[in-house]
Write a protein that binds this ligand. Structure first.
Ligand code: CMX
Ligand code: CO
Length: 140
């Protein structure tokens, strides 16, 4: 079952400048920086204020590190902005993806891949989700 919003993914051209904006404007904390070679991004997880419950919600700022990455392609077409939403699941992400896939929604990967902070992830095709690229997240 999907139990919460894990994060909102925001594509940007300049990770440091965008992190600085969110910190200065809203006081969010840059909780985690990571490079995900497989996904072709550098990223920062910004923790939203006042979420100390162990299942915090985040903004995931993503900057492409390769011209052939999904995010570089998206930025070239759309410019900066909201790129995807990610729901947390309370079960194995493979099981969650199989359940949703069984309803006719295309799941992008045959097997889960590595996401931020040791999570396991998969994606649902935006064309099957009314225009929203949707990520499924199993926390580490
Ligand atoms: N949100 C909504 N629609 C999107 C989209 C997005 N993020 N990305 C692409 N689309 C739409 C396009 O607008 C296009 O629609 P039209 O045909 O109507 O123009 C259609 O989907 C196909 O898009 P495309 O530009 O040709 O791109 P691709 O088909 O090559 O790739 C996708 C699309 C979703 C398969 C690819 O972006 C992907 O594999 N995404 C998953 C991985 C990812 O996004 N990683 C970065 C985040 C990592 C993380 O969260 O940790
Ligand atoms: Co994400």
């Amino acid at each position: 079952m999907l139990t919460r919003i894990d994060h909102i993914g925001i594509a940007c051209h300049d990770l440091e400048a965008t992190v600085a904006f969110y910190k200065a404007t809203y006081g969010f904390t840059d909780a985690h920086f990571e490079v995900n070679e497989e996904q072709g991004v550098r990223e920062c997880m910004l923790k939203i204020n006042e979420t100390g419950d162990g299942a915090a919600s985040y903004l995931q700022l993503i900057e492409p590190i390769r011209e052939d990455s999904a995010v570089a392609k998206w930025l070239a077409k759309n410019g900066e902005g909201v790129h995807h939403i990610a729901f947390g699941t309370d079960q194995a992400v493979a099981d969650e993806a199989a359940e949703i896939g069984g309803k006719g929604v295309r799941v992008l990967y045959d097997a889960p891949r590595n996401g931020s902070m040791g999570s396991l992830i998969n994606f649902l095709h935006p064309k099957d989700c009314h225009g929203v690229l949707t990520e499924l997240v199993q926390k580490a």
